[in-house]
Design a protein around this ligand. Structure first.
Ligand code: BG6
Length: 510
């Protein structure tokens, strides 16, 4: 186990939901697995008037996100953990003089010996990122002459290429790029990281990983929930910005990238950027029209329960044209992937929650078995990101009996079979990495900008293009009626079930 240096975690926006829901449970797991440094302080900062004691109660002792874990851990370990938490009220605005905050940080640092090392975690609206960075710099809380300083920011990293660039430039005035950690929680998922290992630690897949053997690549990200309580945010964002620009293009970059020369963070990140830059940017209206589909869920009834349509959700404009379903077909302009179509979709209010990558291999060049029963049944490699995490290979086997009838069989691996291993949650893994200064699983500025470069023309077309349509789909089905048009000529989407080995089309809705 790598040793983690003594340090302080300063969370801006500490009274918000993300802190209690994700960050504190991740820290609690790190505490229970003895992964926190000996001297460790969490300083919550926000605009609510709260004492240290009230903050501890809110995010630890009485947090509904920790109820079960607290019961299991026992009072001593819980107290140990809660005692690491402190709180500082910034007053009415984040744009203020941070001298008092600096004094508080220095006092805690002296008292609890955190070696001057600080991570600033910005769990605030992105419009405040630059303001906070500037105010920290004004009182020299960004200097590294006495301990390192790191800045973690949450998505969205911009709203478009232009705003992403502005944000990057804005932050880089006060922190070096090497100090900035852009968190994408999909990169914290074991199964997403396993894409690298599947490809580069095995000699059986990589030789086939190119246009000679792969027919097409399909990536599905489906959620059964709607926009929940986030209508206000989501209506200004939509599926392409919320999921595709970041999480899904991260997955794409890991599927597409060339082998890095080693596992050093910059080697891997360099290859990912190169991969994103090789995506063919779709600019002409005809291709945008034919290769992109956007849609919105409409009201329906699932198992007798009425489900609201998107436009009826709280915080959503009654005439909204924000997409809750996005499907894109695109190509990758490089030697490896020339001519191989990629189909990527993401949506809310689908029949089930699932994320998976499907590599469809080409059929054998010459079909020997006339009674194969395999027509339309290509070999597939399915990498399941969630749930029922695992890897499945679909291949042909002989049906016992006369002749050569071929059927398809499954070879599978499930993460759940690794019972001995504690699989870290995404935030747990990513926080620990940042605490140890490992930025492999964080997005770099040029990576984020390359992703926006691809997404921007699609958004622009969806906003202003001619003949642009917004399709509807009943909440609880696999997207609009024309969803398969994109894949026309090749087949249809593999609509995955709850379990990895389920055949498409079957799933449990509730
Ligand atoms: C977030 C999006 O980044 O990812 C949400 O803003 C989405 O809209 C969530 O629900 C999905 O994450 P996961 O890990 O549940 O697939």
């Amino acid at each position: 186990m790598k040793k983690t240096a003594d340090q302080m975690l300063v969370i801006f926006g500490a009274s918000g939901d993300l802190t209690a829901r994700k960050l504190v449970p991740a820290l609690f797991n790190l505490h229970l697995s003895n992964n926190l440094p000996d001297n460790f302080v969490v300083l919550g900062v926000s605009r609510s008037d709260m004492t240290d004691k009230a903050f501890r109660k809110k995010v630890v002792l009485e947090s509904t996100y920790l109820t079960e874990k607290i019961k299991d851990a026992g009072p001593e370990r819980v107290k140990d953990f809660a005692d690491k938490f402190f709180y500082e009220d910034l007053g009415s605005s984040y744009d203020t003089d941070y001298q008092r905050l600096r004094n508080r940080i220095e006092d805690l640092n002296d008292m609890l010996k955190t070696a001057g090392n600080i991570i600033y975690y910005l769990s605030t609206p992105p419009t405040l990122y630059e303001t906070i960075a500037k105010n920290l710099a004004d009182v020299k809380l960004n200097t590294q002459n006495n301990g390192w300083k790191r800045l973690i920011v949450e998505k969205p990293f911009g709203y478009s290429l232009e705003t992403a660039r502005e944000l990057n430039i804005g932050l880089q005035q006060y922190f070096n790029e090497s100090q900035i950690y852009r968190i994408d929680h999909y990169l914290g998922k074991e199964t997403v990281q396993n894409l690298l290992v599947t490809r580069f630690a095995n000699s059986i897949f990589e030789p086939l990983w190119n246009r000679n053997y792969i027919n097409h690549v399909e990536i599905t990200n489906a959620e059964s929930v709607g926009v929940e309580k986030r209508g206000g945010y989501y209506d200004k964002s939509g599926a392409l910005r919320d999921m595709f620009q970041n999480h899904l293009l991260q997955i794409v970059s890991l599927v597409v990238m060339e082998p890095p020369i080693g596992d050093a963070p910059e080697e891997i990140r360099n290859e990912k950027v190169k991969a994103l830059k090789s995506l063919r940017i779709i600019r002409d209206e005809k291709t945008l029209h034919e290769n992109t589909i956007r849609a919105q869920y409409v009201a329906s009834e699932v198992n007798g329960k009425k489900i609201k349509g998107y436009r009826e959700e709280e915080g959503v404009d009654a005439n909204s044209t924000t997409e809750t379903y996005a499907a894109i077909k695109f190509f990758v302009d490089n030697w490896r992937w020339h001519g191989v179509p990629f189909y990527v979709r993401t949506a809310k209010r689908m029949p089930t929650k699932v994320t998976e990558v499907v590599i469809h291999f080409k059929s054998p060049h010459h079909q020997i078995f006339s009674d194969a029963g395999m027509s339309g049944k290509d070999n597939k490699l399915i990498i399941r990101i969630q749930p029922d995490e695992g890897v499945l290979i679909k291949f042909g086997v002989k049906v016992p009996g006369q002749g050569f009838k071929v059927e398809r069989a499954n070879l599978d691996f499930y993460y759940s079979s690794l019972t001995e291993t504690h699989v870290m949650q995404a935030y747990e893994r990513l926080l620990l990495d940042a605490m140890q200064g490992d930025a492999t699983l964080y997005a770099r500025a040029d990576e984020v900008e390359a992703a926006w470069e691809f997404v921007d023309p699609i958004l622009e077309y969806w906003e202003n293009g001619k003949d642009i349509r917004m399709y509807g789909y009943a909440a609880g089905v696999w997207g609009p009626e024309n969803a398969d048009d994109l894949i026309d000529g090749i087949g249809y989407w593999r609509n995955p079930g709850e379990n990895l080995a389920d055949d498409p089309g079957y799933c449990v809705i509730c």
